[in-house]
Design a protein around this ligand. Structure first.
Ligand code: GDP
Ligand code: IMO
Ligand code: MG
Length: 429
């Protein structure tokens, strides 16, 4: 019953979509277990780009079963759009996608409250995706959320929506100075979503456990990245779910013994979209060069991503907390034009060197990166097909990351396409 978790090691957008797609060749089942349509996972097959927000990237492999698990939050309108887009692209989804009836539903008031809270935060805003993610998870924790199974049962939904809307309308009008939402209108809108999505609802834990018993190979597709984890990320500039590998146990409904490996995805430099600490951020020309060369614009919101050098300090910590067995290094091809590359190996706070990632924002705001410099290779490596084809300087850079992170780099991605991937070591062995 092989089970492998794939997680982002930084602030999201590390290339999880590309990696999951590449590794799905070996998988029978792919599972999303946390997050919602704040995620944007890009897959490029034969030059055609698909961006998935909720549906696991495994959907692009015909024989793979896909699961949206308990721990996710689902915006039905976005999911339906995604289903329609896949159908239009001749991707057969029916019979292959199963959605947990226990996943929580994102409602219109979640999106409005997300935006209104950002307004109230003013200069301290998180710069969320405004997709209603935080407010939907808050309702789950508060035990007032509406689950996917509730949405599908007309009587339950009527009742739950009535109670929820009564309270949310007070919040919207009296606290946030917004317009109230109409019950009948929302009931009609969501009833139509329920009809469209009913066929996908399942007890996904049963499906997953059966797959595991049958010896099927399961990949768990993480969303966001370790530094956006609600507990371990750069709080409060984080998302509202457990993005570390541990999120899989509650979010998919499996046990510790059902995991054989954890594969961390790390981009050869750092990016972050939205506010919050990014210790190695480059504000000048180098930052812009990275953004342009790496096409660093959000796959969900189109926002320009902030860019900086690779930071080993959070990577080392996340690698341990996630229990990584292997790393996948993405986008090293983007560094091809730089004369000198820098890797942050430690920080200084008030002149004192530290080598751990601080928990508290006040400290994170003060850290100064301590860099190690390496010469750039100054060539295009995007068509390299093997480790031996890499220039020596690129090999040295990659080997140094491996050494500093303390985890073997099993796969190196040198471009968005499936064929731009070099396997040095089988991460499933
Ligand atoms: P995810 O959220 O982790 O799935 O990452 P995104 O899809 O948001 O962003 C990664 C972007 O980089 C996408 O546009 C990918 O097509 C692209 N990409 C992935 N791997 C590589 C790579 O190795 N090199 C280059 N140049 N682009 C890549
Ligand atoms: P993938 O899966 C990058 C960021 C938002 C914001 C913060 C909180 O594509 O890597 P939220 O809407 O979740 O409440 O926003 O988290 N964020 C992401 N950044 N990639 C993502 O997903 C992200 N999902 C959320 O920009 O800073
Ligand atoms: Mg993304």
């Amino acid at each position: 019953m092989p089970g492998y978790i794939i997680v982002g090691m930084q602030w999201g957008d590390e290339g999880k979509g590309k990696t999951v797609d590449f590794l799905t060749e070996n998988a029978d089942v792919v599972v999303r277990y946390q997050g919602g349509n704040n995620a944007g996972h890009t897959v490029v097959v034969n030059g055609k780009e698909t961006i998935l927000h909720l549906i696991p990237c495994g959907i692009l492999h015909e024989r793979t079963t896909c699961i949206i698990g308990h721990g996710t939050v689902i915006d039905p309108a976005v999911l339906i759009q995604e289903l329609d887009d896949l159908e239009a692209a001749a991707c057969q989804v029916d019979g292959r996608l199963h959605i947990s009836e226990a996943a929580h539903v994102i409602m219109p008031y979640h999106r409005i409250i997300d935006g209104a809270q950002e307004r109230f935060r003013g200069k301290n805003r998180i710069d969320t995706t405004r997709r209603g993610i935080g407010p939907a998870y808050a309702d789950k924790a508060n035990r007032t959320g509406i689950r996917f199974g509730d949405l599908l049962d007309p009587e339950t939904f009527k009742e739950k929506l009535r109670t929820a809307l009564e309270y949310k309308n007070m919040l919207l009008t009296r606290i946030f100075d917004e317009e109230p939402l109409d019950y009948d209108e929302m009931l009609g809108e969501y009833a139509a979503y329920a009809d469209r999505l009913r066929a996908y609802a399942s007890d996904t834990v049963e499906i997953l456990q059966e797959a595991q018993s049958d010896g099927k190979m399961v990949i768990f597709e993480g969303a966001q990245g370790a530094m956006l984890d609600l507990d371990h990320g750069t709080f409060p500039y984080v998302t509202s779910s457990t993005t570390m590998s541990g999120g899989v146990f509650a979010g998919a409904g499996i046990g510790l013994g059902q995991i054989d490996g954890v594969i961390g995805i790390v981009k050869a430099y750092s990016t972050r979209v939205g506010e919050g600490p990014l210790p190695t951020e480059l504000h000048g020309e180098d930052g812009e060069r990275l953004r342009e060369a790496g096409k660093e614009y959000g796959a969900t919101t189109g926002r320009p991503r902030r860019c900086g050098w690779l930071d080993i300090v959070p990577l080392r910590r996340a690698a341990k907390m996630c229990g990584l067995t292997h790393l996948v290094l993405t986008k090293s091809d983007v560094l091809g034009e730089f004369d000198t590359l820098r890797i942050c190996t430690a920080y200084k706070i008030d002149g004192v060197k530290i080598d751990h990632f601080p928990n508290m924002l006040a400290q994170l705001e003060k850290v100064e990166p301590v860099y190690e410099e390496m010469p750039g290779w100054k060539t295009d490596i995007s068509s390299c097909k093997s480790w031996d084809e890499f220039p020596k300087k690129a090999q040295d850079y990659i080997s140094r990351i491996e050494e500093l992170a303390g985890v073997p780099i099993a796969v190196i991605s040198v471009g968005p396409g499936r064929d731009q991937t070099i396997v040095r070591q089988d991460p499933f062995a």
